[in-house]
Design a protein around this ligand. Sequence first.
Ligand code: DG2
Length: 248
Amino acid sequence: MYKLVLMRHGESQWNLENRFTGWTDVDLTETGRQQAKQAGDLLKENGFEFDLAFASVLKRAIRTLWIALDSMDAMHTPIGLSWRLNERHYGALQGLNKAETAQKYGEDQVLIWRRAYAIAPDPVAEDDPRNPRFDARYARVPADELPRTECLQDTVARVVPFWDESIAPAIRSGRRVLVTAHGNSLRALIKHLDGISDEDIVHLNIPTGQPLVYELDENLRPIRHYYLGDQEAIAAQMQAVANQGKAQ
Ligand code: DG2
């Protein structure tokens, strides 16, 4: 049996401000840093060790990983970064407040933009500074793979190849792997791992800074999964994520 740990980054500045973030490279808040430290402490207390870690190329995920590894006294752990683990690109919504957007367009519309599997928000314009083509870190990504908006289906389409080509082979070779990423890039990966339907994935919300352990069989099929931390607090955090799209 293999174990894989998935973790959404700690609270970011735009999580705190309740703004659609996507590929915007915002940093952690002080709370987010504490969550990352607590996650590392929890992993250490529960005897977890890692041979390899992966993160997106966004600093909220990278810093969460650094802080967690530091608190585990495991900063020697090799890290692989990939744009394929980035948050879903939120298109023209990036930067807008989620509750204000719900007041303007209605909660149902915001729920569609946040959770519909195959409906993407409007894209940012070709010359919009939020277009990733202006960001040097994506210079080597083929232009036709760089999104200007995404729905979860699009995110699945670029996360799964990274699972197949990088994460799964590492696990099969016996390495113990930690993946630090984002609400929606992890929803994409979990949908793939657990075979969750397009309808049911709508209801999955992932809390910030909580290690999620997957036990996998020899074919990397999930046997079971569980969050390591306080179950009541995690349930409350998941509900809070769901509520972020309410008009208030
Ligand atoms: C959030 C997820 O991403 O938002 O892009 O706003 O995980 O990087 O904080 P993260 C964003 P929702 O889809 O839950 O609204």
